[in-house]
Structures are given as structure tokens and as C-alpha cells.
Design a protein around this ligand. Structure first.
Ligand code: GLU
Ligand code: ZN
Length: 280
């Protein structure tokens, strides 16, 4: 049976782009007689605000969606720790004490999610006074997993190659897991069979596929949908204009807009003036 999910982070209000994503995941599940899950990704420290999760549920109900909610990430820390411990014991993770500015000072190349860590701490003695993150040793990882593929319903079959990201962080200094580790473990635990999300996370799926292989997790398919763009051609951002954004769902809901009609408009690719869909 198909299982899709919507996995918002409660660090800012949802906007029209999230509505598009949620409707897409919901409808894919419904059309194929499956389940649609909601998972709150709330391990972002103080940036995670519980009151926003409450609002998210109201937004989704207003759109006319029905879902099954699975446990929020903050309740699953033990599973992240166990996976990280296993990878550490297998020599696939190493501790890193570098700060963002120390990394920037090394003038590293840019990767899909910002500066690429040049591996400075690999094989180095630790300063026990400094907080550490745990990074994936990408060379070792790729040697271990070999050539594996993943399948996006819109793009087709792709060889998993996350090397552009460098040695990504799996356990953050300030959080028990990075997005990559937590989302990968949760999708497996929740039985997600079709990971539905925006195109901006397409590259990240290379990492997730490799983590599945390392950890012996079931392998879903993916469905990366196009993004809603503003009139400047930029993707709608959570932070820009924050809650007061013209396209904030809670704002529209409180202004008395019809959420079901909005969901239907999104289904028909009818967008408000100034909004368009990125090219697939
Ligand atoms: N929590 C992520 C976000 O809000 C999305 C994660 C995902 O869909 O994999 O950007
Ligand atoms: Zn380092």
C-alpha cells in the first residue's frame, strides 16, 4: 500500500508552497488507496515552536485534508542516537569541532546545501572542551555501499551519489540528529513508501538513499514536485515576510478565505497572481 507524508518543521508558519506540497502528498495517497501521514519535524532546538504545530493542523484541516499523525521527531531521539552510535562504531562517522566561521575561513567549495566541509577534523585528536558534531565519512561510505540507485516517479532512476555534499553532519552540535538522519529513519519507521516533497530537497535524497543502505532500511520511491515561485522567480520562503506574508495559510484562514477552494485551485495549477510553478 502507498504511504505518503507531509513533514513540516514548526519554525515558521506554513505558506502556499506548503499547501501545494501537502495537497500533492495527500492526493497521491488517496488516488492509490493509501495512507497520508503528518509528521512534525521539531528537533530544531529553540526554533521549534509547539504552537506552530497546532496551527499546522488547523491549516491542513482548513484545506480539507485528512491525515494520520505519527509521533513528532522530538519523541524519537533514542532511535537517532542508536543509529548514530552504530555508524560511529563502524567507523563511518567522525567527530568535528569546527564552527561555521572556521569552515568558511578555509574557503571551501559550495555544495547543494552551502559550504562543503573540507574534512579538517578527519582523523584528528579531539579537544574535549569543544562541542562536537558527527560527520559522515563520505569516502568510506561510498566504498561500502557501492553503486546503488534510487527512483523518483517524475525523474526516473538515478545513481545515488551524495559526494557533492562532502562529509555531511548527521548529529548536530545543538541537536540529536540532522535533518538527513532523522527524516531517513522516520520515513522507514513510519512505513513511508513514497517520499513526497519539493524539488529543493531532490539532491538530499542521494544522501538519504545511501543512509538507507548503510542502515539496512527499506527503500521507498520518491516524488519531488515542482515548487511555487514568487513574482521574482524565487521559491516561497518561510521566513520572508514571516506570518504577515500574503501567502501565509494561517493568515488566509483567519481572513476568511475558503481553504478547500484554495486546495482545489492548487490541484488545477491555478495560482494567485504573481505565483507560478517551477519547471519540473
Ligand atoms: N521538515 C522539512 C521542511 O520543513 C521537510 C522534510 C521532508 O519533506 O523531507 O523543510
Ligand atoms: Zn571539523
Amino acid at each position: 500500500m502507498i504511504v505518503t507524508r507531509f513533514a513540516p518543521s514548526p519554525n515558521g508558519p506554513l505558506h502556499l508552497g506548503h499547501a501545494y506540497s501537502a495537497v500533492t502528498a495527500h492526493d497521491l495517497a488517496r488516488e492509490r488507496g493509501g495512507r497520508f501521514l503528518l509528521r512534525i519535524e521539531d528537533i530544531d532546538g529553540e526554533r521549534s515552536r509547539p504552537e506552530l504545530a497546532v496551527e499546522f493542523r488547523e491549516d491542513l484541516a482548513w484545506l480539507g485534508l485528512e491525515w494520520e499523525e505519527v509521533p513528532a521527531q522530538s519523541t524519537r531521539l533514542a532511535s537517532y542516537e542508536a543509529a548514530a552510535r552504530e555508524l560511529l562504531e563502524r567507523g563511518l562517522l567522525y567527530p568535528c569541532t569546527c564552527t561555521r566561521s572556521e569552515i568558511a575561513a578555509l574557503d571551501p567549495r559550495m555544495g547543494p546545501e552551502g559550504l562543503v566541509y573540507p574534512g579538517t577534523c578527519k582523523g584528528q585528536a579531539l579537544d574535549p572542551a569543544k562541542p562536537v558534531s558527527l560527520r559522515l565519512n563520505m569516502d568510506r561510505t561510498m566504498a561500502e555501499v557501492g553503486e546503488i540507485v534510487w527512483e523518483d516517479e517524475l525523474v526516473g532512476t538515478t545513481i545515488a551519489d551524495p559526494r557533492d555534499f562532502g562529509d555531511v553532519v548527521l548529529v548536530r552540535k545543538d541537536a540529536p540528529a540532522s535533518y538527513h538522519l532523522a527524516a531517513t529513519l522516520d520515513d522507514a519507521a513510519d512505513g513511508v513508501t513514497l517520499v513526497t516533497r519539493g524539488d529543493d530537497l531532490y539532491a538530499a535524497s542521494h544522501i538519504h538513499r545511501v543512509l538507507q543502505e548503510l542502515l539496512g532500511l527499506p527503500v521507498p520511491d520518491w516524488y519531488h514536485h515542482p515548487l511555487l515561485l514568487d513574482d521574482g522567480g524565487d521559491k516561497l520562503a518561510k521566513r520572508r515576510g514571516s506570518g504577515a506574508s500574503r501567502f501565509g495559510l494561517a493568515e488566509l484562514r483567519r481572513a476568511g478565505e475558503d481553504g478547500r477552494a484554495l486546495a482545489d485551485a492548487l490541484r488545477a495549477n491555478r495560482f494567485p497572481a504573481g505565483i507560478s510553478l517551477s519547471k519540473p
